[in-house]
Design a protein around this ligand. Sequence first.
Ligand code: FES
Length: 335
Amino acid sequence: MTRTETHTVSVGTDTVQCGPDQAILDAFLRGGVWMPNSCNQGTCGTCKLRVVSGSVDHRRSPDSTLSAAERDAGFALACQAAPCGDTVVERLDSAPAATVHALRDLVGTVSGIENIARDTRRLLVTLDSPLEFSAGQYVELRVPGSDQGRQYSMANSPSESKVLEFHIRRQPGGLATDNWIFGPLSVGDRVDMVGPLGDFCLDTDDDGPMILLGGGTGLAPLKSIAAQALRATPDRTVHLYHGVREEADLYDVDLFQEWERAHPGFRYRPCLSDQTWPGRTGYVTDAFVDDFDSCRGYSGYLCGPPAMVDAGVKAFKRRRMAPRRIFREKFTPAV
Ligand code: FES
């Protein structure tokens, strides 16, 4: 169904206009109103809300994330649902509203493409106008010639708001990787994006010790978080663990070793799961457990494949990290 009318959508004291075929979440974020969100493709359930009055078209909300019983009970996914008339919704979470950097359409020019590890590229995009974002957030790159987008976290500090850095792992046959970023994409090409998105962000109210645990290109948002944290508090205790399969998959090693020399509280721990070498071997979560008897008082940030993130959450709790101090982002396959 294609809608033509604009409707109002309200949450608490905030009201925004929602255009034809626009998702409620998109309307709120573009209007500068915070809503919890993570995957923005209907798979994580983070944006689930309750429709208090009015009605919505659930559009492509998957049954696995929003059951028929939930729909009947008035629940909806903000990242998928569009209002059918003026609508009032309420958030299900009790978390305080986070900082909102208004969502917007972005255009930039590719200013760097570099092979940094096996099947991994660093992509630099210089924006036409700077982007305000929180360390840990991502943007969605529009794949040319398709109606699809792919999500990549910024690896640069938010203080460098004109040039975005992305770490991209090749997916065999991938629409965005094999067919574009590892194919015809060249320096000078124009790139359309939308962002910033996601709630996986550095908690800027906290300057306590932190542990960052990333798998593969899950390093990207952690690099941004570490850079921002060390910029604010240069002697802050930051332990960065990077888990990959083999040494050929590691990248930015020299940079992190340089950070170790420049920041007395920064520790970099690369870990290989499938290769013996002079450094740490095994799963990155096990390396963390071996290193810490207790991490009470620490914050933990995790990003990578779902199994690694789940194992990391368990490891953090085992070492007495407060659950509310654990922040996580799982790779979600493109829908
Ligand atoms: S399901 Fe909406 S943000 Fe993940």
